[in-house]
Design a protein around this ligand. Sequence first.
Ligand SMILES: Nc1ncnc2c1ncn2[C@@H]1O[C@H](COP(=O)(O)OP(=O)(O)OP(=O)(O)O)[C@@H](O)[C@H]1O
Ligand SMILES: [Mg+2]
Length: 361
Amino acid sequence: MAKDIEIRNLYKIFGKHPERHLEAVKNGLSKAELNDKHNHVLGLNNINITMPGGKITVVMGLSGSGKSTLIRHINRLIEPSAGEVLYDGADICSMNGSSLRDFRRHKTAMVFQKFGLLPHRTVLENSVYGLDIQGIPRKDSLEKGRYWLNRVGLDGYEDNYPNQLSGGMQQRVGLARALTNDADILLMDEAYSALDPLIRVDMQTMLLDLQQELQKTVVFITHDLDEALRLGDHIAILKDGEMVQQGNGQSIIQHPADEYVSDFVRDVNRGRVLQATTVMEPVIPAPESISVLETDTLENIARDMTDANETTARVVDEDGKPVGSIGIESLVAAMVTPAVHDAEEPEPSATVEAQPEKKIA
Ligand SMILES: Nc1ncnc2c1ncn2[C@@H]1O[C@H](COP(=O)(O)OP(=O)(O)OP(=O)(O)O)[C@@H](O)[C@H]1O
Ligand SMILES: [Mg+2]
């Protein structure tokens, strides 16, 4: 049973004397002030998040918002200025040298954007790199390496060198190497950001397929909202080192917490992402109307309704039990309403104003 990663009151200040500024930051000193007045960088500001065991948590945010800083605390490549990272009852931030080494080797695996493959090792030798470090003899490790290379679609490439492979294939080797480690936690920092769009979607599909079976606790960083929505069971959005919003994709699209999040979700194709359950009414319509699944997307439901010449559909759960209804008007409204955070919502009678200018570069 995979376990949660619990991050509690985590702060990271970069600079010569972080401890001198911690109290001021806790009392509200901003990232800009800390930088201007004290020449220190606020990397993370009081981060609290539970990354559910066996699920994919996606961390999003603009460049410099603290995503890499956050993920590197999970295997403690970065020491926190304050706070805890709890896993299976232990605080990673207070582990001694040998427990930390064991934790890193046996519980975590990383997949990097630049693949991080060793050029003088073959694909197979790269795939067992983590096991070499653990001191597992090659007679045992190579079989595992072959198995995972096969699972990521690289059968027949075992004896090639990394520079003989395309970017997408090298990223598959990176994933195979991480899986060969058999670690509970998979840390992926912009792992797919350097790949071509089509290859990227393939890699997402492969990760989702493998995850159904493996149920690892995955932390996945991306700039790309479509990728976040596709992969993320839980999505966290960082800005200037602070957590501005976390939740599932449906709730973030429907209720962006502020303008920064609205900016992220503004251009999303709502019909393809929002599901019946997000917009349905808890009223059960007459049985003669058509049925749609609660996880069906609005776009598909609109098509089904049009095909059936119906203006209402009954929404059923996966066991076929009716759970609500959805009318064509609310469906269309939800598909076209841009994501505007609550404070920005115009009065019902007001005319629609132009979108406010972006404040974030
Ligand atoms: N070693 C360091 N020393 C000083 N400042 C740092 C260090 N590492 C990160 N920072 C600062 O901490 C903040 C967060 O950086 P981080 O690399 O976590 O951002 P990010 O969200 O991963 O950005 P990107 O999308 O560009 O990868 C930035 O302001 C960055 O300049
Ligand atoms: Mg980064």
